[in-house]
Ligand binder design. Structure first.
Ligand code: 3EB
Length: 331
C-alpha cells in the first residue's frame, strides 16, 4: 500500500497500472509551471535540461483513488494515505516573506487535510547563487523564509524535519513539492560524517537549512540531496571527480548499517540498493566526468539521471539523491 515512484520518458503518458493510480508527476524538462496533464493529475514541471542532461518524468503512484485540486500557483493530490503538495512562487526582489507565506500555506494544508507527517521535500530555487535586491544570496534568502515557516509549523524542534533536496533550476522564482503520510510514522536520519544541516554554523547564512539527511518511511529510505561536504565544509573544491566520489561515499555511509543502527534503525544498505538517482551537475561539461565516477562506483546497471543546474554553494559542483525502495516497489 506504499507510495512508489518510477521514471518515464517525456513522450510516454503514465500508463495505468493494476490497482495503482497516478497521484502526481514531476517533469524534469525545459519549461516551468504547474499544469494539468490529460489524465487529470497535477504535474510540476521544473526547468533543468535546456542546456544538457536528461529530460524525464517522475511518476508517483498510490493504491487509493486520488482527489486532485489544481490552482494557479499550487496543486495537491491525496488518496487517504499519501499527500502531494506543489507550489510556485514567481521571481521576487526579496524571497524571505513570500517563501514563508508559501510554505506556511502548504504546511497548513498538510494539517487541514490531516496528513500528519511530511517525509520528503524538493525545493527548486531559480538563480540560487544570485543575489536579491539587498545583496543577500537567493539560497540564503529562501532558507530563511523556509525556516520561519517550519518554525510556525513545528516550533524549535528539528525532530520532524524531512529529507529534502535544495537545488538550482534554469529558471527564476521558486517551486517546491512535498510528500506527506497519514498512516506511517517517518524516521528522520542524520549522517555521522556530516554536521546536521539544521546545525550548520552561521557563516553560511543567518538561518541553517531545514532538512534531514534521509527519511525512512515503512521500509523505504529517501536519501536527501547530498554533496561533497564533510562536517559542514565543502571538500575537493574545483575537482568534480573527487566531489562526486565523496558524495557517493557520504550516501554509502548514510545508508550503511553502522550509521542506521547508531540511530536505532535495524537496517543496512549499500549503494547498489539505490534507485531513482538524480545527479545535479553545475557545469554541463562536467556531466561525462560525473557519469564516469557514478558508473565506476554504482555499476553500469543502475540508471542515473543527469541534470544541469547550480548547487547551493558556489564551490559545490555536484549533488546526488536517490531512494532505497522497500519490498513493495518493483524497481
Ligand atoms: C548540503 O548538504 C547540500 O536546502 O533543502 C542538500 C539538500 C542541500 C537539501 C535544502 C540543501 C538542501 O547542505 C545542499
Amino acid at each position: 500500500m506504499s507510495i512508489r515512484a518510477h521514471f518515464t520518458p517525456l513522450t510516454q503518458t503514465p500508463a495505468p497500472e493494476q490497482d495503482r493510480h497516478v497521484l502526481a508527476t514531476v517533469t524534469y524538462g525545459d519549461t516551468a509551471g504547474l499544469t494539468r496533464v490529460l489524465s487529470g493529475h497535477p504535474d510540476l514541471t521544473v526547468p533543468m535540461t535546456a542546456t544538457g542532461g536528461d529530460a524525464f518524468r517522475e511518476v508517483w503512484t498510490v493504491a487509493g483513488r486520488p482527489r486532485w485540486v489544481l490552482r494557479e500557483d499550487n496543486a495537491y493530490a491525496h488518496d487517504g494515505r499519501h499527500l502531494f503538495v506543489a507550489g510556485l512562487l514567481p521571481q521576487q526582489d526579496i524571497y524571505t516573506p513570500p517563501v514563508r507565506a508559501l510554505y506556511e500555506k502548504a504546511f497548513a494544508l498538510v494539517n487541514h487535510l490531516d496528513y500528519g507527517h511530511i517525509f520528503r521535500m524538493w525545493n527548486f530555487v531559480g538563480d540560487i547563487l544570485g543575489t536579491n535586491t539587498e545583496g543577500m544570496e537567493i539560497y540564503q534568502d529562501f532558507v530563511q523564509g523556509r525556516a520561519q515557516a517550519f518554525h510556525t509549523y513545528m516550533g524549535d524542534s528539528t525532530a520532524q524535519l524531512p529529507a529534502a533536496t535544495g537545488i538550482g533550476t534554469q529558471g527564476r522564482g521558486i517551486a517546491f513539492l512535498l510528500l506527506a503520510t497519514r498512516r506511517g510514522v517517518p524516521r528522520h536520519i542524520e549522517n555521522s560524517r556530516q554536521t546536521s544541516a539544521y546545525h550548520y554554523p552561521d557563516q553560511y547564512g543567518p538561518k541553517p537549512p531545514s532538512f534531514a539527511r534521509a527519511t525512512l518511511l515503512d521500509d523505504t529510505l529517501y536519501v536527501s540531496g547530498t554533496a561533497s561536504i564533510l562536517g559542514h565544509e565543502t571538500v575537493h573544491q574545483g575537482d568534480v571527480r573527487r566531489q562526486t566520489q565523496e558524495t557517493l561515499d557520504n550516501i554509502a555511509h548514510l545508508i550503511s548499517r553502522d550509521n542506521l543502527t547508531a540511530q536505532g534503525i535495524e537496517a543496512g544498505h549499500d549503494l547498489k540498493d539505490l534507485r531513482l538517482i538524480k545527479a545535479y551537475v553545475r557545469h554541463e561539461n562536467d556531466i561525462p566526468a560525473v557519469r564516469a565516477v557514478c558508473e565506476e562506483t554504482l555499476g553500469l546497471g543502475v540508471e542515473v539521471k543527469y541534470l544541469n543546474v547550480a548547487v547551493c554553494r558556489d564551490d559545490l559542483l555536484v549533488e546526488i539523491e536517490g531512494i532505497v525502495p522497500g519490498q513493495e516497489w518493483d524497481l
